[in-house]
Design a protein around this ligand. Structure first.
Ligand code: MG
Length: 178
């Protein structure tokens, strides 16, 4: 039987989903980017539906609950808070356990504003938050055909994490029969 390779890659996949309702006069944050628009997303924090789904995807990959279990929507300290802090927290939890982000794929489902012209900026913003090259971040805009949700923004995110088990798990040296 061949000796086990001492460094085994480990992967974890996570998914996140969120929705928020548009409210006139609020600032619109998507993926940590402030977007000029007549309405923003309602919520206890800044309502950034994309970052909330990213946070949940990271926490899901770590099997460490969801955004609400870390940042209660009843806690006044998160009133109008920047959601980038939620993502940074989840990223720190991941890094503390030795995980790094391989890639992330986000779908943003809303009627307005159109995501296509903003896609590059949102990718850069998310990549900056996660401290990975933007080529590892995908942001796709979809229109909610048939969903009858003209005043709602939905985000769905998948993230893949990687770590080398050699960094986190002490292992005995491979045994060789001679
Ligand atoms: Mg949310």
């Amino acid at each position: 039987m061949p000796a086990p390779f001492p460094i085994e890659p480990e992967y974890r996949i996570g998914s996140g989903w969120d929705s928020h309702v548009f409210e006139l006069g609020r600032p619109l944050w998507l993926g940590g980017l402030l977007i000029p628009h007549a309405a923003g997303l309602a919520g206890h924090s800044d309502g950034d539906v994309v970052l909330h789904a990213i946070c949940d995807a990271l926490l899901g990959a770590l099997a460490q609950g969801d955004i609400g279990s870390h940042f209660s929507s009843h806690d006044p300290q998160w009133k109008d808070a920047s959601s980038s802090g939620f993502v940074r927290h989840a990223l720190q939890l991941a890094r503390h356990a030795g995980w790094s982000v391989v890639n992330l794929d986000a779908n943003v489902i809303l009627e307005q504003p159109r995501i296509a012209p903003l896609q590059a900026q949102i990718r850069e913003s998310v990549a900056g938050l996660l401290e990975v090259p933007s080529e590892r971040i995908s942001v796709k805009g979809k229109t909610p055909e048939g969903l009858a949700t003209p005043h709602t923004a939905i985000a769905q995110v998948t993230v893949l994490l990687y770590r080398s088990s050699a960094l986190t798990t002490p292992r005995a040296a491979p045994h060789h029969n001679v």
